[in-house]
Design a protein around this ligand. Structure first.
Ligand code: ADP
Ligand code: MG
Length: 738
């Protein structure tokens, strides 16, 4: 599976937007951010601190100031990532920052203005241009999905019932990792189609929101593109590489105020930023490198981005900043966040021949339809041959014939057949030797044949349409999808890429030089004269001063981090207090108003479902398998109505004590004829039947119904005590009558 097992760190770039009109009018001139594009440094000035306090400096893979162009950011920082996705790697780009700092501008930009198109439209261009320029033996399948996470619920933005649809579940598979179950995925054949998908999703997002600004600042939007590419390998077999690209526009990173809210509102407020704070914890745990547990499972977002952070993916993080002094705290937090993310190591590898590649399924389906079409063609040719009476030789290159030819031939065959049937019908009508009935029958038969022919033609047409639709979904390399790709443009793009690559390398070298500068100072310590010694000592002093300044910076930073921790701890404590209060309230209700046995019943039925992060009731009715188990008879009861001991069984067989008859109640023979009826009968029959034998007495048969039970034997009846009493009754009655 893997081609490249080496690890690489998350690339972090920072972008600062220009001051907007409002900020320009009410703040002091200029922002609090300075950028060194050559070194990739951001220098942050604290507007509240005295001028003597050193400014904070952060170094990143690249920085983009207020004058930066969308295209520059794309070519330098995003293009290499998209190239990797096209080669079969997983890739993620996420924009992080306070609301209004340009996350959406960076990711989407202004679609209409080519200069202001963001990462996503540029990536669309890039992907489809790459496909159109690749070799013709490559086949591609591009799919797109769009979802958002709002209040810890995943919603499908491409689902037509977006508004009413229930939240989607996350699932995990050993092959693909974490995925969203039942997420809509659209096959896209061109830039236009994928743009359409994006528009549909954006509209769904806007429709669902009461206040779009608030909604977008509190929800995470994820646009997912899967590019599958099939190419014959050296072994002659087609190999498939699957690249997955996540384009993520995160929720605004500012803290949501939770002060004073209770109950549902508190939970809601806690949920809004849960994903973002979980993301922060994941980044901290990964950057730290020492913590063994990374809390991916704490939120939906971190579960979905699990591979992108510390896993199988190449990741670029764009941290966006605003230059206004009033947002100093947030800006500093963003820079810290971004600085930490730099230390995350990923292990990207090419996804080769994964089990779930859709392209493979498409190829199989296309081959199946093709075979069906060929079979139909062959059948129609055979029929034609029978009709024409001329020999038809199968040409060897039938598979390579175009579909148009197949279609044309099929159409021609149908036309000919129709004409032939018409002719035959005419002949039948004109034939005088036939009887009217016979004529009708023959004409009906011909009609039926024509109907069959049409049905067959329709089926072939449907098959061809399905085949064409399937095949059109696969993009073949070398076909020019985009018209504007002429040689000059290609050259221009290549040059642009080269320049971007050059400046990236230059920056890396500059950064390395800066680090080495301090070290080389010590090496130049051999001096010959006093003058030189003074110079050297001065340099050393300067170095110590520099180190001292650095120390001060770090001290200040520690102080800042401490303050930050105190702040978040206070916030957590506040949330905890609110939750404890609510818990106490609920306890009060439960303990005082719900009967204990009811409470216990409920408690016994509750189980926690970690997948859905919810308590659930177990069903009252046992599961299907359990009920089947219950129905099975115990072995001691087979053949009997209830379980029975061995001793009792033997006792029954022996006809011993009635106690061992499981059904002995039936032998009481309670259903007796009333004695007076018996005496009446006796009185009329007494003379004619002087000495009736007990066994042949009709009264006995009529008057007493004996139950035929499972253990009833003639022997046991005669020996039963109840029977004896009955016999006594019978014998006593005639005696009384006499
Ligand atoms: P976010 O998505 O982070 O909340 P937006 O992308 O909506 O922020 O940006 C807020 C405003 O700032 C928008 O009007 C946008 O056009 C403008 N803006 C952001 N970044 C830039 C930039 N680099 N250059 C020019 N305008 C920008
Ligand atoms: Mg936004």
């Amino acid at each position: 599976m893997s081609k490249n097992k080496s690890s690489e760190s998350v690339k972090v770039v920072v972008r600062c937007r220009p001051l907007n009109r409002k900020e320009e009018s009410n703040g002091p001139a200029g922002g609090i951010i300075q950028m060194d594009l050559r070194l990739g440094q951001v220098i942050l000035r604290n507007p509240r601190a005295p001028p003597s306090e050193p400014q904070k400096t952060f170094t990143f893979d690249a920085v983009y100031d207020a004058n930066s162009k969308q295209r520059d950011l794309y070519d330098e920082s995003v293009r290499p990532l998209i190239d990797s996705v096209l080669a079969g790697f997983n890739g993620t780009i996420f924009a992080y920052g306070q609301t209004g700092t340009g996350k959406t501008y960076t990711m989407q930009g202004a679609w209409m203005d080519p200069e202001k198109r963001g990462v996503i439209p540029n990536a669309f261009d890039h992907i489809f241009t790459h496909i159109s320029r690749s070799q013709s033996d490559k086949q591609y399948l591009v799919r797109a999905s769009y979802l958002e996470i709002y209040r810890e619920e995943v919603r499908d933005l491409l689902d037509p019932n977006h508004g009413n649809a229930r939240a989607l579940e996350l699932r995990e598979s050993p092959d693909t990792g974490v995925y969203v179950q039942d997420l809509t995925s659209c096959v896209c054949k061109s830039i236009k189609e994928i743009e359409e998908v994006m528009n549909v999703g954006n509209q769904a997002r806007a429709v669902g929101a009461t206040d779009m600004n608030e909604h977008s600042s509190r929800s995470h939007a994820l646009f997912l593109i899967t590019v599958e590419c099939s190419q014959p390998g050296p072994d002659g077999r087609k190999h498939i590489r699957v690249g997955r690209l996540n384009l993520v526009d995160l929720a605004g990173s500012e803290r949501q105020a939770k002060t004073g809210v209770q109950g549902e509102r508190l939970k809601e407020a806690a949920k809004i930023n849960l994903s973002l704070s979980a993301l922060g914890n994941v980044i901290s745990a990964l950057a730290d490198g020492r913590s063994s547990h990374v809390p991916y499972r704490d939120s939906k977002l971190t579960r979905l981005l699990q591979d992108s952070l510390g896993g199988n993916a190449k990741t670029v993080m764009v941290a966006t900043l605003g230059p206004a002094p009033q947002h100093y705290d947030e800006t500093l937090t963003t820079l810290r966040y971004a600085n930490r993310a730099k230390n995350i190591q990923n292990q990207p590898k090419v996804n080769e021949d994964p089990k779930d590649a859709l392209l493979r399924e498409f190829q199989r389906e296309i081959a199946r339809l093709r075979a069906q079409l060929n079979h139909r063609k062959w059948r129609s040719q055979q029929k034609k041959e029978q009709v024409d009476g001329e020999g038809w030789e199968r040409d060897g290159d039938e598979d390579t014939e175009g579909e148009e030819e197949v279609e044309k031939e099929a159409e021609e065959y149908v036309k000919q057949e129709e004409q032939r049937l018409e002719r035959e019908k005419e002949a039948i009508r004109g034939d005088r030797s036939l009887l009217a009935d016979e004529k009708q029958r023959l004409l009906g038969e011909k009609e039926r044949m024509m109907g069959d022919l049409r049905k067959e033609q329709e089926a072939t047409e449907q098959l061809t349409a399905r085949y064409k639709a399937m095949e059109s979904k696969l993009l073949v390399g070398g076909k020019n999808i985009i018209d504007h790709t002429n040689e000059q443009q290609k050259m221009l793009e290549m040059k642009r890429q080269e320049i971007a690559e050059q400046s990236r390398r230059e920056r890396e070298i500059q950064q390395q030089m800066m680090v080495q500068d301090d070290e080389t100072l010590e090496l130049r310590e051999t001096f010959t004269s006093l003058q030189q010694e003074v110079e050297a000592k001065t340099k050393k002093l300067k170095k110590y001063l520099k180190l001292y300044a650095k120390l001060q910076c770090i001290k200040a930073e520690i102080q800042d981090v401490n303050d930050e921790h105190v702040r978040s701890r206070q916030e957590l404590e506040q949330t905890q207090n609110e939750l404890t209060r609510e818990l106490k309230f609920k306890y009060l209700i439960i303990e005082n108003f719900i009967p204990p046995e009811e409470k216990n019943k409920i408690m016994n039925r509750l189980t926690f479902d970690p997948e859905e992060d919810q308590w659930k009731f177990q069903p009252l009715v046992p599961a299907e398998s359990k009920s089947l188990q219950m129905k099975k008879r115990p072995t001691s009861a087979v053949g009997y109505k209830r379980p029975i001991s061995q001793y009792a069984r033997v006792a029954i067989a022996m006809g011993a004590h009635s106690r061992y008859r499981a059904e002995n109640i039936m032998f009481l023979e309670l259903d007796m004829t009333p004695p007076n009826t018996a005496s009446l009968d006796r009185s009329t029959e007494a003379e004619s039947n002087q000495s009736p034998s007990l066994d042949s007495s009709p009264t006995k048969d009529r008057g007493v119904r004996k139950s035929r039970s499972w253990c009833q034997t003639p022997k046991s009846i005669t020996s039963s005590s109840s029977n004896v009493s009955l016999a006594a009754c019978h014998t006593a009655t005639p005696a009384a009558a006499q």
